[in-house]
Each structure stands twice: as structure tokens, then as C-alpha cells.
Design a protein around this ligand. Structure first.
Ligand SMILES: NC(=O)c1ccc[n+]([C@@H]2O[C@H](COP(=O)([O-])OP(=O)(O)OC[C@H]3O[C@@H](n4cnc5c(N)ncnc54)[C@H](OP(=O)(O)O)[C@@H]3O)[C@@H](O)[C@H]2O)c1
Length: 230
């Protein structure tokens, strides 16, 4: 069975997800209330968030090469990152994030063996699912069966969101709409995917709730009507 997947994004009034002054504190405060078992974060989002280039390393302490103790009473979510090209090399920094209990990397058959060794040396868990890219459906299935992940929040840009949406793997879309207009022509929306050939195959949603937060931020929760996708 697949876990329940919530796409969660902050955006400007004109639908852009970068280039505006997102209320980060509010974003994480509301995110924590979703009470998820895992957070799925795109590798670009991780690299951008930590301000590092693909493959860049940072100084590591000896602790980075030791196994980490598991705490069954730690109910923080697991951070799951598809990184089939082995671009993220700063896992000990990522593990310092206060709102995650551990990390799991999603790799594929195309992932360099050197990268899998890099992860092994640091006791970073990974799953190999898919050939060229990570097979997200199988990965989600395995997250549920092997790691007990029933509900997952996606903190990602339009690329990973786009794949999940087009593959029919997302269940809800949550948006924090900020009172700013950004403009621009770069692809920068919550849903990046090849253009549709007609308007009949759009994804239909149902409004689940609408809330005004603080003075002028709107929090929208939509449920995806999956049967319309088929
Ligand atoms: N406003 C917000 O709420 C918000 C939230 C998060 C991020 N962001 C912004 O979004 C931007 C990053 O977004 P992005 O769209 O560039 O990248 P992204 O969604 O963060 O990362 C792309 C992910 O998609 C995976 N992927 C690509 N093709 C795939 C395929 N065919 N099958 C399976 N997986 C595939 C990649 O895995 P591989 O590495 O294995 O290819 C990677 O993990 C950043 O600027 C960030 O700041 C904004």
C-alpha cells in the first residue's frame, strides 16, 4: 500500500515558489502540525537549502563515520531524499536539522557504486529502486512496508512534485499563499512537467479547507480526486 502523500509549498500570489519573502517560521510551524512519518525532499531543494553545489563536501567530524543510536521514542519524521546521481555529500550537516530523526537516500541502478560506498562509510541508509531514475511508486511502497511510513509530506520544488502528480502518487496539495507578486519567465511553479496535449487531462481537486493566517497569508488544502486522473 502507498503512503498518503501531501505536497506542501509556500508560494507567491502569482504561483511562484522562489524569489519572494516566504514566512519560513510559519511554513515549518504548520508543517509540524501535519504529523507525518516522513518528509520527501528533492535533491535540488536540499542543495539549494544548504547552499552547496552538487558533489561539494564540508568538513566532517569523526562522529560522521560512526553508527547512530536509534531511539524508538523519537517520533520526528524521517527525511527521504531521491539522489540517484549521488550529488549530495553533506549528510552529517543534514542530520543536524532539528526536525528530522534520520535520513534515507533513494538511489537507482544508475547510482555510482562509489556513492553507495560513500553512504555506507557514513552509516547513511539507502534504498536502490528503479533503473535510470528512482522509481518513486516502488520507493513509496517500500517506505510503507519497510519503514512504517503511512503519511508523507513533500517539501520540494516543481520537478519532484511534477513527477508525483503525473504518476498519480499525490493525495493532497497544501499551499501557503503569500501576498507578493514575483513575475518572471523561468519555470518556477509547484508543478513542472511536460505540457499537456489537451485540457481534459488536468488534475482535478476538491477544496478541503481554507484559512486566513496572520494578516494576509492564505492556507489552502486541496484533496486530489485521483479517479479523474485515470
Ligand atoms: N516555496 C516552497 O515551498 C519550496 C519548497 C521546496 C523547494 N523550493 C524550491 O524549489 C527549487 C528546487 O526545485 P526543483 O524542481 O529544481 O528540484 P527538486 O524537486 O527539489 O528536486 C528534483 C528531484 O526530482 C528527482 N527526479 C528528477 N527526475 C526524476 C525522475 N524521472 N524520476 C524520479 N525522480 C526524479 C530528482 O532525483 P535525482 O537527484 O535522483 O535526479 C530530485 O530529487 C529550489 O529553488 C527550492 O528552493 C520551494
Amino acid at each position: 500500500m502507498l503512503p498518503w502523500v501531501i505536497l506542501y509549498n509556500a508560494m507567491s500570489l502569482d504561483g511562484r515558489i522562489t524569489g519572494f519573502d516566504a514566512d519560513v517560521e510559519l511554513y515549518y510551524e504548520l508543517a509540524s502540525k501535519l504529523d507525518v512519518d516522513a518528509v520527501l525532499m528533492g535533491s535540488n531543494t536540499v542543495l539549494m537549502g544548504f547552499g552547496v553545489k552538487p558533489g561539494e563536501t564540508l568538513e566532517e567530524s569523526e562522529e560522521a563515520f560512526k553508527p547512530r543510536a536509534e531511539d524508538p521514542d523519537d517520533h520526528r519524521p524521517l527525511l527521504v531524499v531521491p539522489d540517484s546521481k549521488g550529488r549530495i555529500r553533506i549528510w552529517s550537516e543534514i542530520l543536524k536539522m532539528p526536525y528530522i530523526k534520520d535520513v534515507l537516500v533513494l538511489c537507482s541502478r544508475s547510482t555510482p557504486i562509489e556513492y553507495l560506498n560513500f553512504l555506507d562509510e557514513r552509516y547513511i541508509s539507502y534504498l536502490v529502486v528503479g533503473y535510470q531514475h528512482v522509481d518513486l511508486e516502488n520507493a513509496l511502497e517500500e517506505l510503507n512496508t519497510e519503514f512504517g511510513v503511512k503519511k508523507i509530506r513533500v517539501d520540494s520544488g516543481g520537478t519532484l512534485n511534477g513527477i508525483l502528480l503525473r504518476e498519480g502518487l499525490a493525495d493532497e496539495v497544501h499551499l501557503l499563499i503569500h501576498p507578493e507578486l514575483v513575475g518572471g519567465i523561468t519555470p518556477n511553479s509547484i508543478f513542472q512537467a511536460p505540457d499537456l496535449k489537451d485540457e481534459y487531462h488536468t488534475i482535478k481537486l476538491q477544496l478541503a479547507s481554507m484559512e486566513k493566517i496572520k494578516v494576509d497569508i492564505i492556507y489552502l488544502k486541496y484533496k486530489i480526486l485521483n479517479e479523474v486522473l485515470k
